[in-house]
Design a protein around this ligand. Sequence first.
Ligand code: AMP
Ligand code: MN
Ligand code: MN
Ligand code: MN
Length: 273
Amino acid sequence: MLFDLHCHSTASDGKLAPAALVQRARDRGVGALAITDHDSVAAYTELSETTTRGLRLIPGIELSALWRGQTIHVVGLNIGLHTGAIEEAVSLQRAARQRRALVIAQRLARKGLGDLSPAVAELGERISIGRPHIAELLVERGQARSTDDAFRKHLGTGRIGDIKNEWASLQQVVAWIREAGGSAVIAHPEKYQLTRTRLRDLVSDFRAVGGTALEVVSGRQQTQESRQLAKLCAETGLAASTGSDFHQPEQFWAELGSQPALPEGCEPVWERW
Ligand code: AMP
Ligand code: MN
Ligand code: MN
Ligand code: MN
């Protein structure tokens, strides 16, 4: 069966509504899907039984966490959606996202890029707001040529919109996932541009607080990187997960279910459920 355990809907920064996302996954041959919106599980309440029939839908979330001054994304899989832990996680992280988005809007306004505060406040009420939404607002208002351009100039690493001190700690995030009966997975470990030593430190801290797996295969990733991550799993006893990190149909390199297979020797995280 084809597993895709990482993707986004319109509940966060994805472009497809939950039902369309599920349909696209089916069309691509995905048999087991986890919708992992940023700090939100709202997509699951929108799905009807008819939409998901015949598909193994695995309840999931992608939580932003703070680890040694850096943002790390942790995917929670097989979680109890209606648990106190997930309710607390979602409510605290949502408030953090709303505050953060307003601070970013204020900083952009001070830079002479217009006042996005009302638009940001409105979006923050409806969805799990993040920098991609702010990037789109900048594009709509002619302040950036593209979302990439907006990230490059204002929102990406080291720019004024790069605010991370709002997130819960790695320890807290893993605890929430475990309390909800789920498995914690370090999302796209190659995306943080950590040195090998620092990646090992992350894995070590993650294991110490109860983390379960690494996302060994992720959307846009080199085979060599997956092999190294598989090796790290073998050395540390962590299981392996796989996910496209699909956000929108235009990003062909992160299409639903299109990631390569897990390297030989990995223990798939779903075999622990
Ligand atoms: P946030 O949740 O607000 O920290 O935003 C992170 C999200 O922004 C990621 O999940 C990506 O979907 C998106 N993203 C990160 N970097 C870029 C970039 N350089 N260009 C476009 N989107 C990005
Ligand atoms: Mn995203
Ligand atoms: Mn992520
Ligand atoms: Mn993601």
